[in-house]
Write a protein of this length. Sequence first.
Length: 129
Amino acid sequence: MAAFQKLARLALIASGCALLASGITLSTSDSLSLTKGVYASILFTAGNHSGAIPVLYHFSESGNIPPGMIFESNACNKPGQPACASVARADGIFLDGVPSAEGPYTVTVTAKDSKGNRVSKRFTITVRS
């Protein structure tokens, strides 16, 4: 059983998920390659593979994000959108907006559940013209 858990952990790490012994994962399926001046939204999600509750996570971020983008619980930073039509997600946080400067930006996203388990993962976002 321990060998299977170790292989599963390695498979998750190789697939772009961060996994702690607590079983929490942190990942995104959205592109981290953005275009300057074009609206983009990246959803970072947390989860656990045990299927156990809790399903609510507290998110924090550190590092540098592209100018013109912000972290928020809904993707509501879209130009010309007067009100946010979506409901916040309990398992994720969005980085969205219109990036205004080219370059690489490195941010660390941390998710913590109500039991105190946490996971952090570093992501590099690249903005091109």
